[in-house]
Design a protein around this ligand. Structure first.
Ligand code: MD3
Ligand code: FE
Length: 209
């Protein structure tokens, strides 16, 4: 039931069965115990994001007054990010993404959290796709083109959906308008988790497969 819904966008609605979603949540609880959620801040102003974040993998995305960047350590504990759970790496391979991801950003959306329209361009390379996994409450996802202007489309991302952005879609504008509270019972505390696996640095000559 996979479909190319736009150039470079492969949508896999319901790819993860409920059992797999629950096992993934258990894996994430172990990640979060080692790397607690932090509240990123906007560059320069220091205004807080409404979304909380953490990471796993060799590199993690952070944002503070100094700017957006990838770094190997948690901004508050100073410890290295925990490894990406094997269950997530299996999803990366299942959707045909090359090599191994270097970063997995974990976004937590509580009551009223949203994410404005933006591009992901803090990586040194755009050669690999971004693979997104949604868990918990359904999100109203917005996607546009590769410029800030122009038409956008809206898509609901439900728990267990996987969506892959590669090729021309790797630099598309996108955001989360809102999360539909109470739409899933996966997370006892409610809300939504989104996992995005990314490549940050170019593949070594022998690694992409
Ligand atoms: C298209 N996350 O972490 S997932 C982000 O649901 C982010 O938390 C949203 O945007 C979320 O940067 C949207 C879908 C997504 C993620 C990354 C992309 C779409 C993307 C990167 C490039 C193009
Ligand atoms: Fe993004």
């Amino acid at each position: 039931m996979t479909g190319m819904i736009a150039e470079g966008v492969a949508y896999h609605p319901g790819l993860l069965p409920a059992t797999e979603q629950k096992a993934l949540v258990a894996d994430l609880h172990r990640v979060i115990a080692a790397a607690p959620f932090f509240t990123p801040q906007m560059p320069r102003t220091g205004a807080p994001f409404s979304v909380e974040m953490t990471n796993c993998g060799p590199l993690g995305w952070v944002s503070d007054r100094k700017g957006y960047r990838y770094q190997p350590t948690h901004p508050e504990t100073g410890r290295r990010w925990p490894p990406i759970p094997e269950r997530l790496l299996k999803i990366w391979r299942a959707v045909g993404a090359p090599g191994v991801p270097e970063a997995c950003l974990i976004n937590r959306y509580g009551e009223g959290a949203k994410m404005g329209l933006h591009q992901d361009r803090d990586e040194e390379t755009f050669e690999a796709p971004v693979v997104s996994v949604s868990l918990g409450d359904t999100a109203v996802f917005r996607m546009g083109g590769t410029t800030r202007r122009g038409p956008t489309r809206s898509l609901r991302l439900a728990s267990g959906d996987v969506i892959v952005f590669g090729g021309p879609a790797r630099l598309m504008y996108h955001g989360i308008d809102r999360v539909l509270a109470g739409s899933s019972r996966l997370l006892p505390e409610g809300g939504r988790l989104n996992l995005t696996m990314r490549r940050v640095t170019p593949f070594p000559a022998d690694e992409a497969g």
